[in-house]
Design a protein around this ligand. Structure first.
Ligand code: ADP
Ligand code: MG
Ligand code: ZN
Length: 474
């Protein structure tokens, strides 16, 4: 029988706030264990949570970026469980009334635009992190109480590659939107992968297996690539898949069963009596809406449509937001945006990396790139000279006009001068000249190169080519 995979993802993302969700402790990675803590995030009896306004705003901002419906009324619930990483013995989350409902994410996948529907994007708090040593274990509560957004998809994803593409698209949106830094190495993004298989074309869902706490996207993809054939094999051999939670063992490349049957009612959710429901006002929503940015995919599509850029250039500007913004301020004024993209991607970016320079400390004016392109397009300088001019402009900040004038780099189109250079080169290279005369057309490139060298790059290359040919054919 043929089977198809059904995948749904629950992605946890740390919000980019200065302080934690309910207290003033810093939301900061890499501190000594248990130094960013206080009675509130350590769950001491008698303490009360005070919501972090910025976290609430980022929650709704995410909802807007992900096309969710913003709830008119959301509330916090307690998810009760007993585990060393939860000092309160419960986690504050939004169960019944999440802040953002529905929504979708669109992204490029296998040559088309794919869409994954979302179920919700709700706010919760992170918990501590356990560490296991030789003879004991420890818990670091620095992360406890850090605001987390949980973004839950519908079971819309059909392959491990699609899951991987979705996760990357989601990460791009959240980084561009300023919601989270999504630094995987700092554990800012973790996802639970839910997966079932069913006979191809069936409309019934199979029991789902949840693989918890994947902290890399490639790990999530690998786990799915392992789990799908495993489930198919069990079904094919007459077995059944129980609803269960499994763990991904990255070293061994397999999943292992942790527990079966775990349902929402196991957590005895109930409304958190310490926190008021959230009812965003119009002013609040207007303020949050003013922070919504263009989505990466829309930006890429717009760059292709408006500036006729090749997809690869538009992709670069999609991924490198500040560089894309810089490009656009120049491209808007240019008749030749494609050339602007070339300069920005191939020259500027390379020089910036080489010299460790940031966009905001560039010495030259953005308009200098326009000027440089005009000098090339009008035939005043060759593209070789343009490279040198750009180098000068990058280090000194002078305008291309000034540089070209000062260095005497204006392209030589005076036929008298070009004539003399060509004659000199032909006389000095009788071998290649004869080769050309005897029908080896490519020999002219060598001669042309010699003229360019003799002119120190100033000769107009098109004119040199024509002149040489005329002289050798005479
Ligand atoms: P739970 O209540 O156990 O958390 P949810 O219904 O909230 O389950 O779903 C959690 C995630 O699992 C969602 O991303 C959802 O799309 C996905 N999911 C639900 N059922 C299935 C299934 N049968 N196969 C694959 N994924 C599923
Ligand atoms: Mg769930
Ligand atoms: Zn604290």
């Amino acid at each position: 029988m043929e089977y198809e995979a059904v995948i749904g993802l629950e992605t946890h993302v740390q919000l980019k706030t200065r302080s934690k969700m309910w207290c003033g402790c810093p939301n900061q990675y890499g501190s000594e264990p248990n130094t960013n803590v206080c009675p509130v995030c350590l769950g001491m009896p008698g303490t009360l949570p005070v919501p972090n306004e910025e976290a609430l705003k980022l929650t709704n901002l995410t909802g807007m970026l992900l096309n969710c419906e913003i709830s008119k009324r959301a509330k916090f619930d307690r998810k009760n469980y007993f585990y060393p990483d939860a000092a309160k013995d419960y986690q504050i989350s939004q169960f019944e009334l999440p802040s953002n409902i529905g929504g979708h994410v669109e992204f490029e996948f296998e040559g088309a635009i794919a869409r994954v529907s979302l179920n919700r994007a709700h706010l919760e708090e992170d918990v501590g992190k356990s560490f296991h040593f030789d003879k004991f274990s420890g818990v670091d509560f620095n992360r406890a109480g850090v605001p987390l957004l949980e973004i839950v998809t519908e079971p819309d994803i059909t392959s491990p590659d699609m899951a991987y593409a979705y996760l990357n698209a989601l990460k791009d949106i959240l980084i561009h939107g300023g919601v989270s830094d999504c630094d995987m190495e700092k554990g800012m993004v973790r996802c639970d992968v839910n997966i079932s298989v069913r006979p191809k074309g069936s409309d019934k869902l199979g029991a789902k297996v949840e693989i918890k706490n994947m902290n890399t996207f490639s790990g999530a993809r690998k786990a799915l690539e392992y789990e799908i054939p495993r489930q198919i094999e069990v079904l094919e051999s007459g077995g059944t898949i129980p609803q269960s939670t499994r763990r991904w063992d990255d070293a061994a490349g397999i999943t292992e069963e942790m527990r079966t049957k775990e349902n929402a009612h196991d957590y005895r959710y109930f409304p958190c009596p310490d926190l008021m429901p959230l009812e965003p006002t119009e002013d609040w929503l207007t303020d949050v809406r003013s922070r919504v940015v263009e989505l990466p995919l829309a930006r890429k599509q717009r760059f292709i449509a408006d500036y006729k850029l090749p997809a690869s250039d538009a992709e670069t500007f999609k991924n490198e937001l500040p560089l894309g913004d810089y490009f656009e301020t120049i491209a808007r004024k240019s008749k030749n945006p494609k050339a602007v993209a070339n300069w920005v991607i191939n020259n500027l970016r390379a020089k910036m990396t080489e010299s460790n320079t940031e966009l905001n400390t560039l010495k030259f004016q953005p308009d200098s790139i326009l000027e440089l392109i005009d000098l090339v397009d009008s035939g005043k300088i060759s593209s070789k000279i343009a490279q040198d001019t750009f180098g000068e402009m990058f280090t000194t900040g002078s305008s291309p006009q000034t540089i070209v004038a000062e260095k005497g780099w204006v392209q030589e189109s005076d036929t008298g001068q070009l004539d003399a250079w060509c004659d000199e080169v032909i006389a000095a290279n009788p071998g290649p000249a004869d080769d050309f005369r005897n029908g080896r057309g490519a020999a002219i490139n060598f001669l042309k190169g010699q003229v360019m060298k003799l002119s120190r790059g100033k000769a107009n290359p098109a004119m040199v080519g024509e002149l040489l040919e005329k002289k050798l054919k005479a």
